[in-house]
Structures are given as structure tokens and as C-alpha cells.
Design a binder for this molecule. Sequence first.
Ligand code: NAP
Length: 435
Amino acid sequence: MRHIAIIGSGPAGYYTAEAAQKQWGDEVRVDIFDRLPVPYGLIRTGVAPDHQSIKGVSRRYEQTALSDNVRFVGNVTLGEDVSVEELMGLYDAVVLATGAPRDRALDLPGDHLRNVFGSAAFVGWYNGHPEFAGLAPDLSGDTAVVIGMGNVALDVARILSKTREEFGGSDIVGHALDSLTSSGIRRIVVLGRRGPHQIMMTPKELGELGHLTRAVPRVDPADLPDVDEDALLEPGLRKSVNHLRSFAAAPEGARPGADIDVEFDFFASPRAFLGEGQVEAIEVERTRIEGGRAVGTGEFYEIPAALVVACIGYRTSPIPGVPFDERAGRFANDEGRILPGLYCVGWARRGPSGTIGTNRPDGFGVIEKIAGDLATATGGKQGREGFDALATARGLDVVTFRDWKKIEEAEAARAREGAPREKFVDVADMIRARG
Ligand code: NAP
């Protein structure tokens, strides 16, 4: 029998569990730990609440979760309730699938000002992550600046632009929906340090911005390269640039009733946040591209900003005793192996890039590596029985998958009309809901 502990119940965690089942069949027991009492990580608290079809992938994870040889061990924090060394003593392999839940820092003057957030915090607020649900951003100002030209920047710009009706069918948490409904934001500046040919936005997601009730995307035609140069782009990026071209070509006033502008400001690098206590403006330097990199031109200007959300990427949370690559912001590893018996997968292995599906080959890859490493191992680890004894001795309040199904039911029962659920945003409320 092989005993595998997976830390983190997001996509990388569940695909790894699925791979372990394929590899060892009945000869494996998999425990999937999560520090929250609820599963699915990024699917629940990262994927945008108005992208329910993407969230639907959790049904596939549920199939894995309901198998006899896989179980969910919620409300257990690695490094607090149990150490890495303890788990390594109990399981044949420990796989860190902890994602990248921390914001990469911009490290600019004024980044401590109120209403300057990173996307992990801001997305966590509207998605009801217990750590960020109390963020209470002030949306009363006129202008928001969103830093970055990736899909997270698009998510944030879109969420800030939607009407209450446009959130129908989403699972945006009530506190965020109410706050957004009374938002004063009428101008959203999306700031990119490089140009239209260097955006990280994918076509489907960028195209959505052109179909909102109140918001109109605006691109300055002067920022677009000569159209012939698009031929050199890979097809996905070319499609995204086509969207930018159609935004640039839309005549002024073509959308009567739309009163929110989403402006793309290219070749613009943030240099400082300005304000007294709360952010009031952002200082920006014009850039030009040299060898693919953004280089400052020495020309500075200010954009008024009552809210700033930096969507510039994420970092994995270090765990005491686990080798960490500070520069890359993830665990130091060799194709998923950190140390013999300790592995990482998904964003914790390769950094925050790719789609949810990218984690599937990642999960299968790490299990292949583990299978190779264990080929000559003698076994004899205690696995889940050993963990259960430890949990009882420590008085840990473990949340099971059956408990989660009760929490899920309670969230569905209190949903607003048309919404799939109203999430509990407080760990104590989640635990209470299991009955
Ligand atoms: P991303 O795609 O890597 O984009 C990060 C953006 O931040 C880039 O435009 C980058 O510009 C910019 N940036 C980085 N450091 C900066 C700095 N110091 N100053 C100014 N700009 C800076 O990351 P992401 O948007 O966080 O997305 C993470 C992953 O999740 C991606 O793979 C994304 O596709 C995926 N995702 C997918 C969806 C979806 O499919 N619906 C939704 C959300 C996220 P440079 O290029 O110049 O570095």
C-alpha cells in the first residue's frame, strides 16, 4: 500500500490525487489536506464569480474526492497543526499543492497607502476568502487603476464595471455585490508597462470586455503597432490584439447609456502612489520597448486614483524547513522533487502561469516521479491511521468531505435568487454549518 499526502485541495491537488489513483489503483490511500474547511482552492476563491462554467470543473474533483481511497482532510494547517516532518514520517510521499496565494510586491513608494491592494487580496474579497473577506475597499471614488495586462487584471476591471444584474447567476459574495452596486467608479485605467503586442490577456476573456452593459473599453489607436506586424504573433495573441483593434476603432458615443470607461494605458510603468493616508493618484513613467523589455523614458505623469489593484502575479507561501526559491517565489525543486519524499506541483512548483488544465499533466508528472522514487521503497508507513491518531491526540477539528457537503448545502440554501450559493466567509460559520 502507498500512502500519499497532498497539501492543498485546488486543481493541482485533485489532479495529483487522480493521477495517484490511476498509478496505483486500490493500492494507494490519498489524503488531501486543506487549511480551510472547504475544498477546491483557486476554483472557489480565485476563479471569477461570474465565470461559473470554469468553476464547474469542481464536479470532476468531486468524483475523485468521493472515491474510497481518497479523502479530504479540511481545517488542518501545515506548519501549525502538523509539521512537514511529521507528515513525511507518516506518508510515503508528501506533495505540496499549495498554489501561489500571496501577492507579488510592487515595492514602490506609497504602496502602504489605504486602498492600494494586490489582486490576491482584492479577488479574495469579492470571492469570499476568509482571509480577505473583511478588506472593505473604498469604491466611492471616480477612478480605479488596475496594474498589469493579464487575465487577473481583466477579471478585476470587469468585476468593477458590471451592473448588479450582470452578476445574476454568479456566486459573488453579498458584501462585495452590495459594495459594487453603490460604487462611484466611472473610469478604470488598465496600466501596462509594455505594449499591445506584449499583453498576457487571452482572447475570450478580453472579448468579454466589449459586451458589458455600462462599460466601454477604450484603446488609443496611436498605441497600436502597424497591422502588418500582427502576422508575426502566435494565433491566440493575434486574436487578443484584434480585440484591442476593434476597441480602438469603436466610434465615440456608439454605446448610449454606457457610463464607465475602461481605458488601456500602454507603455506606462507605475513609479509611486501618492496621497495622504489613502491613495489619491499614481505616478507613472512612459516607457519604450527595448529588446522586449520596458525601459523608462524619463517622461512622468500622474493619474488620479481612488483605488489601485496591482495584478502583477503571485508567490507561494514558504513553509518552515522547506527549501524556497525566493527570486521565483515558489518551492526550490527539480521537476517537482524538493527532497526525497517531499514534492510540489502546480503553481507551487512552476509559478503562477497557465490554465487550470495545465495542472493535470503537472499532477501526472509528479506522480510518475514519485512512482519512480518509490519503486524500491519498502513501504510500511502508517498513512492515514497514523495521522488520525495524531489528530486525536492534538484535538484537531478535522472537516471531512461529508461535512463539506453539508456546508455546501447550507451555502446553496442561503443563496440569493438565481445564484448557486452564498458562501460563508468566516471559518467559524463554515464549521457551524456542518451541523
Ligand atoms: P500574468 O498573466 O503573468 O500577467 C501579469 C501582468 O503583470 C503582466 O502584464 C506583467 O507585465 C505585469 N507586471 C508584472 N510585474 C509588473 C510590474 N512590476 N509593473 C507593472 N506591470 C507588471 O498574471 P495574472 O494575470 O496574475 O494571471 C496568472 C495566471 O492565471 C495566468 O496564467 C492567467 O492566464 C491565469 N488566469 C486565467 C484566467 C482565465 O482563463 N479566465 C483568469 C485569471 C487568471 P509584463 O508582461 O511586462 O511582465
